[in-house]
Design a protein around this ligand. Structure first.
Ligand code: ZN
Length: 80
């Protein structure tokens, strides 16, 4: 019986260590700017109504209910 408790305790410690190592690894990954790693996909992107290019929401130009990548494309899409 004592042997089983020892094994369970060992497994528990092993799992706890794995979680700690994984957390440390993911934390270092986020701080390091690795070359070739794609930008985070959770960043919101919207397509330009004129050229269709995807622009991050913080850089996009909104006009008459549409999104544009630049002021030039916003002006091009203006109804005559
Ligand atoms: Zn555009």
């Amino acid at each position: 019986m004592g042997q089983v408790i020892k094994i369970l305790l060992f497994i528990g410690i092993a799992i706890w260590l794995l979680f700690r190592i994984r957390r440390a690894l993911t934390r270092s990954d986020q701080s390091d700017t690795e070359s070739g790693s794609p930008p985070p996909p959770e960043k919101l992107m919207s397509a330009c109504a004129t050229c269709g290019i995807f622009v991050p929401d913080n850089e996009i130009i909104r006009a008459h209910g549409k999104f544009y990548c630049c002021a030039e494309h916003r002006d091009q899409d203006k109804p005559a």
